[in-house]
Design a protein around this ligand. Structure first.
Ligand code: ADP
Length: 156
């Protein structure tokens, strides 16, 4: 039984996130999607809103669970007793960032492996920040985020 955690801010969740989660769910027995909370950051959606959008948009995936965590990823890993950290890689910027994160995570928990899934080609340019910006100026985000997220963005 292999348990994985997929951390992120999901502000908001995109179809790129969903793609990684669905692919991780087909590889691992259980996937915990964790909204990582940083009190010093400003978000568009509250934690309960992000959790609700995630769980509603992932309810067809029975081995996926959604939660929030405030603190270090490695402490969540210990609390949940996960075997693997899953990350999505879009480009060299993600690679450099994740390479550094891996250095710190390995120092603190050398037994925990990280597994990187390459972004699907149609989502390689997709980020939560681009979605927020596009929406702020009334741009079209259809097909880039789950329908429920699109609706929530329209109401903002
Ligand atoms: P973002 O970088 O879009 O603000 P998060 O901080 O929530 O998103 O990212 C959580 C994880 O999802 C990270 O591993 C990130 O690299 C990955 N990710 C984000 N967007 C995509 C995408 N379009 N395709 C694949 N992976 C992605």
């Amino acid at each position: 039984m292999t348990k994985a955690v997929y951390p992120g801010s999901f502000d908001p969740m995109t179809n790129g996130h969903r793609d990684i989660i669905a692919r991780a769910a087909s590889v691992f027995d259980e996937v915990v999607v964790s909204v990582m909370v940083n009190v010093s950051k400003k978000y568009l959606f509250t934690v309960p809103e992000r959790l609700n959008l995630l769980s509603e948009s992932l309810k067809d995936l029975p081995n996926v669970r959604v939660r929030a965590y405030e603190g270090l990823l490695i402490d969540l890993v210990r609390e949940e007793k996960v075997d693997v950290i899953v990350k999505g890689l879009r480009n060299a910027t993600d690679f450099d960032y994740e390479n550094t994160m891996d250095f710190y995570n390995k120092r603190m928990a050398p037994q925990v492996e990280s597994v990187y899934l390459m972004a699907s080609h149609e989502y390689v340019h997709l980020s939560s920040s681009a979605i927020r910006e596009l929406m702020a100026f009334g741009g079209d985000v259809s097909g880039l985020v789950p329908p429920l997220v699109e609706e929530a963005l329209r109401l903002r």
